[in-house]
Design a protein around this ligand. Structure first.
Ligand code: CDP
Length: 795
């Protein structure tokens, strides 16, 4: 007689369990960095540069020092005396903490004031006199490498121009040969504009140095607390065991909270110098203009095609605008992140990509905003190129993609840039999407509408994203290998606590990690608490970004649960007085194979671990697992969007959006849907309205939320989600693949493709995002492509 538990009822795998963290969030009881108040706490504000490029002739802070309540003014000169004016970045570069010689972007940190309250600190910042000598400004990669361009990073010995790196991947000669054999060569050139992750909560820290214990505790908005601990140990030369980084609740990260920011460093130094807690909370404009941006990549390339539609080869060239400091986190080997995951879903024999990174007078760029290290740009180019190629061949969009997909029985598949993908049902996802959108009907409607002067369009985008960096053989950040960890303690009453090296920022880890333990051990999810973000208690981990949590930390949760189960099995054998080999497991219970009614629950085993263990067994029921994934996970998705474009105004409305996501086994289907909805909202915003750029003087245009639109429910169209395709990841312990970013990665191309499909009769090949009405109108009326690249000075 089986007594197995109903997994869904106990909140295991597949249960749409309500998010437990929402209990505190919806009551306003979240505990964010700004909620931390410590006795004797001071407040820090940052003075930022108004200019994008200027030499600092002098800084006079005397008036600021004179303001009552001011405790400390930090300048670059003072930082330099402590060897802290510059800090290492996560990309083997250096970044100014407070500017000494020059300012290199608008919004750069120039000085800090620490005072009794934030208002005094802000006023004192305004009392600091900085004498700047303006310098010529560089706002894009072409300008960066032009003759006579000013050298932005003249602080670096041996840095002659503004090139950071030249990197290539793939087979140049093989690609050349394939192009020589092509019937048709299709070309595309585009700019993926700069965008900002814009978390609702800005960055901040509360640093608390205790002279008596020599311990530094920092509460801060970081997605990767252990990496920060290592960085603080290196930069501030403090012993690692005396540093405790606590990442409390985080109001969204999206990659913005991975880097080390000057504000963190200054608040730490101030706390050490003043021996009092120092709080720094960034304001919205500060966050929007000075913390890391994403994208800003110029992509162009060609596709070699056979007349029947077979893709023979792809060539890509990319120029990335990194701003003044090359500071994004990325796997060290790959200068432009995982951009070369482009075209992984298509069976393409050969490809080649060159890439150049340049410095410009902008805030650091290249952060992985809801994306696995530049995959968003890769997928955008891929799907825009697929549409252009199908059009050039006169083939149907869907049929062209299907013909070139990697087939289900072709896995494992080596992509043209060398990744190994391991599973997927690409054709099936496309079929589900086409059926849901009513593909054939829509095409007919589109023709009829066109005859009446109405512009309807349909855009398809597919994406496959390499999620779960690393394995440690290939992936490291600054030499620290990428893996992750989980620790599980089962108390004697069978309740448990699980801690991981990841750090959620709204994704629901507190809910889903418990579900994994529940699946593995049969302990009801409500009996398990999840804790993340405290380096004194959580096992070492690389943090949460690039949707790596489920593929790596989630896998570690499974593996540590299995270690616990293995020990519990020994306890069960002892309790049941049989040998271990005679024991069977069903969810939540061990039983004797020959007498299924004779069994013990996992809770009884837990009690025995503390009260009745066999001779020689170490007491307790707890363990830790470090998980080094054998490969990345490769979720796949198809997004299909239909739009109507108004030819009179260029305004476009979304008629329907269909999303078919295959992220393997879904731990919590409701949370997965939330992740997809959020990603699609961001994709829509990127394609439609999010405009942040720079003028020729390097002024950030769109530096507030009046101009840079975050879509609310009002602007966001409805989305239809499909979950019927499930291809478990073959190497993940529970078959899950990442999902957090997929829709933000694959979505933008679907919206843009739809608008361009509506304009297919005009000969327009590209309009750069965002597809603002004036750009679309210009394309319709002028019948030419519309570029979104920022203007440069011509005088
Ligand atoms: O790294 P991050 O948490 O941002 O991304 P993720 O690993 O894709 O997970 C996002 C959320 O979706 C987490 O709460 C996961 O546990 C959940 N998820 C899921 O329920 N099933 C999957 N197959 C993948 C993620």
């Amino acid at each position: 007689m089986s007594q197995a538990l109903d997994e869904i009822k106990i909140g295991g795998l597949g249960a749409s369990r309500k998010r437990v963290e929402d209990n505190r969030f919806i009551r306003g009881k979240g505990n964010y960095t700004d909620d931390i108040t410590l006795p004797g706490m001071l407040h820090m504000e940052i003075l930022r540069s108004p200019l994008a490029h200027a030499r600092i002739k002098s800084i006079d802070a005397s008036k600021a020092w004179d303001i009552p309540g001011v405790r400390l003014v930090l300048t670059g000169e003072m930082m330099a005396t402590r060897n802290l004016a510059w800090m290492p970045t996560l990309s083997y570069d250096t970044q100014a903490v407070l500017a000494t010689d020059k300012v290199r972007f608008q919004g750069q940190e120039v000085a800090c004031v620490i005072a009794d309250d934030p208002y005094i600190a802000k006023d004192a910042c305004e009392a600091i006199d900085v004498d700047y000598e303006p310098l010529p400004v560089v706002v894009n990669p072409t300008q960066a490498v032009a003759d006579g361009a000013p050298v932005i990073r003249d602080d670096k010995t041996g840095q002659a121009g503004n090139v950071i790196y030249d990197w290539e991947v793939g087979d140049a000669e093989g690609t050349e040969r394939a192009f020589a054999d092509a019937d048709v060569i299709s070309r595309l050139q585009l700019h993926y504009p700069r965008s900002h992750p814009s978390p609702i909560e800005c960055c901040g820290s509360v640093a608390d140095f205790d002279r008596a214990t020599s311990k530094l505790t920092v509460y801060m908005t970081t997605q990767a607390p252990h990496i920060i601990r290592a960085a603080v140990a290196m930069v501030a030369e403090l012993p690692e065991h005396m540093i405790r980084i606590i990442s409390p609740d985080i109001g969204g990260g999206f990659g913005n909270k991975v880097p080390v920011y000057p504000g963190y460093v200054c608040s730490i130094l101030a706390s050490i110098l003043l021996e009092r807690p120092v709080k720094w909370i960034e304001d919205k404009s500060g966050n929007l203009i000075s913390t890391h941006f994403a994208r800003d990549v110029y992509l162009d390339g060609e596709m070699a095609l056979r007349r029947d539609g077979k893709i023979l080869a792809v060539r890509m060239r990319t120029q990335a605008d990194h701003g003044a400091f090359f500071a994004d986190a990325q796997p060290s080997k790959f200068k432009i992140g995982l951009m070369h995951s482009a075209f992984a879903a298509y069976d393409i024999p050969v490809a080649h990509m060159t890439t150049r990174g340049t410095y410009t007078n902008k805030a650091p760029g290249g952060v992985a905003y809801r994306c696995s290290f530049r995959v968003t740009e890769a997928m955008f180019f891929q799907e825009r190129m697929m549409q252009a190629a199908a059009q050039d061949l006169g083939l149907d969009q869907a049929a062209f993609r299907r013909m070139n997909f990697v087939r289900d029985d072709d896995f494992p598949h080596r992509t043209p840039f060398g990744f190994l993908t391991d599973s997927g049902q690409y054709g099936k996802c496309l079929d589900v999407g086409l059926r849901a959108i009513g593909y054939e009907d829509f095409r007919q409607k589109q023709e009829e509408a066109r005859a009446r002067g109405r512009l309807l369009g349909l855009g398809i985008s597919t994406m496959t994203e390499p999620l779960g960096a690393g394995n440690s053989r290939e992936y490291d950040i600054l030499g620290i290998k990428m893996f992750d960890s989980a620790e599980l303690k089962v108390h004697m009453t069978g309740k448990a606590i699980v801690r991981t090296g990841a750090r959620g920022q709204g994704q629901g880890h507190e809910t889903t990690w418990a579900q994994i333990v529940s699946h593995e051990l049969g302990i009801p999810a409500e009996d398990i608490v999840v804790e993340e973000g405290d380096t004194d208690t959580a096992p070492f981990g690389m943090g949460t970004y690039a949707s790596r949590s489920t593929p790596v930390a989630g896998a570690a949760v499974s593996m540590v649960s299995r270690k616990i189960r293995a020990k519990a099995r020994k306890l069960a054998a002892h309790l049941l007085e049989v040998s271990e080999e005679d024991i069977e497991w069903e969810l939540g219970r061990f039983y004797v194979r020959s007498a299924p009614d004779h069994g013990v629950t996992i809770q009884e085993c837990a009690m025995a671990a503390y009260s009745n263990m066999p001779d020689g067994m170490e007491p307790g029921l707890e363990n830790t697992a470090y998980y080094d994934p054998p490969n990345l996970t490769w979720p796949f998705a198809v997004y299909i969007v239909t739009v109507e474009v108004d030819p009179e105004t260029g305004v476009w409305d979304v008629l329907n959006t269909v999303a078919v996501d295959d992220c393997g086994v879904r731990i919590n289907p409701m949370i997965v849907e939330g992740q997809i909805m959020g990603g699609l909202a961001e994709a829509y915003a990127m394609a439609n309205m999010q405009f942040i750029t720079f003028d020729a003087e390097g002024n950030c245009v769109g530096s507030n939320y009046m101009d840079y639109m975050l879509p609310s429910a009002w602007e966001t169209p409805g989305f239809e989600l499909h979950s019927e395709v499930v291809t478990p990841c073959p190497h993940h312990p529970i078959g899950a693949k990442g999902i957090g970013e997929c829709a933000a990665v694959g979505g933008p191309a679907a919206f843009v493709n739809a608008v361009l499909d509506a304009l297919s009769q005009t000969g327009v090949r590209n309009i750069d995002m965002p597809l603002l009405p004036d750009r679309v109108w210009e394309a319709i009326t002028q019948r030419h492509d519309v570029s979104g690249a920022p203007p440069v000075r011509t005088d």
